[in-house]
Design a protein around this ligand. Structure first.
Ligand SMILES: [Fe+2]
Length: 427
């Protein structure tokens, strides 16, 4: 008897029960819903030789933050892959490279693999999105590359909810939020509890600067989303950000303290670190006071979780946390040791934070200026990188350059022209 995944790819396993558990686990990974580790563990317990399920389990454990168990699972997959199909062997090989921290090679293999097996969705997922292998490759054209990637895959997926969502976010991040929203609605019609879909819809509404509509939708959606799920902390960040922009500080702080910050979020450290730093600084820019103890706690957290530079998107947030906490020893690492896929940008941004804390506005503007044309190299979403856009605007206001600030926002983030969440705007 032949077994298949939800995309019609052959599965080398011993029973339909194991295949069903695999399909369930992969859907949890594609939808960022809770249950991937449980379902894929079940698949591998039913069939201990089910290599591709072991690779999926490794990915699920990685996304749950359990790297030790993840490495054990990928080792099992590697040991069992010899009897699998060609697709499954190559699939495991991609994850083998990923777990060996060879991101460029993992991407190369993944893209080659997808030419032959375009409906291998878990491999496609590795490359797509704002936290994927393309986004974190250090190229200034990653947004267009990701859209090209999803445009190429779309015809292979019909009306699949995951593919529609991932293509929609690539449209959103390349200046087409209207089209993105239409496609996202189709994705969510098929699977309304798909957290990636809800997340990307939030990004489309953010890009259209519709905070009331975004807050209403996402707040309700989040109510039924398991707190242990991958995106719970980050979706709470979106709610906190919109709440802050609309003047609801009570909801902003409750979201941060219950769902986003260190000790509250159950998500990955990359989300906890970057989301907390981003909401604290966006709040400060908007004129909301953030207690020094909060920055100090965050500085300690990122120093523990990310002791060395290397993940550039995280690094700019780590440097911010250390600068705001007055932790000059940790900040120095980002000034002195540019590493990672966008290390030079990290150094300039860390220098910007250092100068801002010293209220050296002109010097800070000078440090930040070369970053602005290429901060897409850092990866992450436009919503997240707006921290840099609004920091630049704030520096212009500090220097009394309000006309230049007006031109800047109109040329770069026009949707926000009339409602920049910045104290003193429009200057
Ligand atoms: Fe987001």
């Amino acid at each position: 008897m032949a077994f298949e995944d939800r995309y019609g790819n052959q599965l080398t396993c011993s029973s339909e029960e194991a295949a069903a558990a695999y399909r369930e686990g992969i859907d949890h990974l594609l939808g960022a819903t809770y249950g991937a580790v449980e379902a894929l563990s079940k698949a591998t317990e039913i069939d201990p030789g089910f290599a591709i399920a072991q690779a999926g389990l490794a990915r699920a454990l990685m996304m749950a933050g359990d790297m030790k168990s993840a490495k054990e699972a990928i080792t099992s997959a590697i040991n069992n892959r010899a009897t699998c199909s060609e697709r499954e062997q190559l699939h495991v090989q991609v994850f083998e490279q990923l777990f060996a921290n060879r991101a460029a090679e993992a991407r190369r293999l993944a893209e080659a693999h997808l030419i032959t097996f375009p409906r291998d969705a878990l491999i496609a997922q590795l490359c797509s999105g704002v936290f994927g292998l393309i986004a974190f490759s250090g190229c200034a054209a990653t947004e267009a590359q990701i859209r090209g990637f999803s445009s190429w895959l779309m015809p292979h997926y019909g009306d699949d909810w995951w593919m529609r969502g991932i293509h929609a976010v690539s449209l959103c991040e390349t200046g087409q939020p209207d089209k993105a929203l239409d496609l996202m609605e189709l994705s969510l019609e098929t699977n309304p509890r798909n957290a990636n879909g809800a997340h990307f819809k939030a990004h489309a509404l953010y890009e259209m600067n519709k905070p009331e509509a975004g807050l209403e939708y996402l707040s309700k959606w989040l109510t039924d989303y398991d707190k242990r799920s991958q995106l719970h902390g980050h979706l709470s960040w979106h709610v906190a950000l919109w709440s802050m922009g609309l003047g609801d500080k009570k909801t902003m702080w409750s979201m941060i303290d219950e769902n986003v910050g260190p000790g509250a979020s159950l998500g990955l450290p990359i989300n906890t670190a970057t989301d907390t730093a981003a909401i604290y600084y966006r709040a400060e820019l908007a004129g909301v006071e953030v207690a020094p103890e909060r920055w100090q706690k965050l500085s300690q957290y990122v120093a523990e979780k990310f002791p060395n530079p290397g993940q550039s998107f995280v690094d700019i947030h780590s440097a911010l946390s250390h600068a705001m906490a007055g932790n000059s020893a940790e900040l120095a690492k980002f000034l002195d040791q540019p590493k990672g896929f966008a290390g030079n940008l990290v150094r300039s941004i860390a220098e910007t934070w250092r100068l801002i804390v010293q209220q050296k506005w002109q010097e800070a503007l000078t440090a930040l200026t070369p970053v602005m044309s290429e901060h897409a190299k850092l990866g992450g979403s436009r919503a997240k990188r707006d921290m840099l856009e609004f920091t630049y605007l704030n520096l212009l206001l500090k220097l009394g350059k309000s006309s230049e600030a007006q031109r800047f926002i109109k040329t770069r983030r026009a949707a926000f022209t009339d409602s920049v969440p910045l104290a003193g705007w429009p200057g």
